[in-house]
Ligand binder design. Structure first.
Ligand code: AMP
Length: 215
């Protein structure tokens, strides 16, 4: 199965991706994580992506499509995949369809996690993440037991450079202009399921699983 997870920055895609990957035995492919990894290693790709990421802008399609295609093409046959953060433009979605079609595969389902603007802003500006295991925390609503340390693995918590108020606003604008058209693209293809993403992560996860099993 190829499952695309759609939702604005802060909608909870990373958390829900973990739940869904366990439930459906999928590999989690997160374009943002791949870019951050390249950036921390200082590769050419990382250097190219840095300028855009810092401003809350999308990395150009040609660079992004190549990165994801290489990942997908290198997977074992039959490996199910959850795509998180990709595609983010119509061009990326069409390139993904073309690449999968060439392998007799397709995007099977798309799950949209829908969260209000106010809630997204609140979530992103208080978000801290574990450097080691990527577990997310929130200063107000989900603080760690020990300040600055991950409850799960004791890793160091950090705030993403693009989680500042200004950059967050830009990322939300970019989502609405460039990524939200994908909702209609997948709806028209009959592949979209939608759930409200406010509330406890486990409850949102249950709704997603139920909707995906039903559809
Ligand atoms: P994310 O962790 O998904 O919020 O991604 C962090 C940043 O990486 C984004 O703000 C973009 O600069 C870049 N990025 C991630 N995925 C994509 C994509 N599919 N297309 C273009 N840029 C992306």
């Amino acid at each position: 199965m190829y499952l695309v997870l759609l939702g604005a920055p802060g909608a909870g895609k990373g958390t829900q991706a973990d739940i869904l990957c366990k439930q459906f035995n999928l590999l989690h492919l997160a374009s943002g994580d791949l870019f951050r990894e390249a950036l921390s290693k200082g590769t050419d790709l990382g250097k190219q992506a840095k300028v855009y990421m810092e401003k809350g802008l999308l990395v150009p399609d040609d660079i992004t499509i190549k990165l994801i295609q290489e990942k997908i093409n290198g997977l074992e046959k039959g490996q199910g995949v959850l795509l998180d953060g990709f595609p983010r433009t119509l061009e990326q979605a069409k390139a993904l369809d073309k690449n999968l079609k060439a392998q007799n595969k397709q995007v099977d389902r798309t799950a949209l996690i829908d969260v209000s603007q106010e809630e997204l802003l609140r979530r992103l500006s208080g978000r801290w993440i574990c450097r080691q295991c990527q577990a997310p925390y929130h200063l107000q609503s989900a603080p760690p037991k020990i300040t600055g340390r991950c409850d799960k693995c004791s890793g160091e918590l950090y705030q993403r450079a693009d989680d500042t108020v200004e950059t967050v606003k830009k990322r939300l604008e970019v989502y609405s202009a460039q990524t939200s058209p994908l909702i209609d693209y997948y709806r028209q293809a009959g592949k979209l399921i939608e759930v409200k993403g406010e509330g406890e992560p486990q409850a949102v996860g249950k709704k997603l699983i139920t909707a995906l099993k039903a559809g």
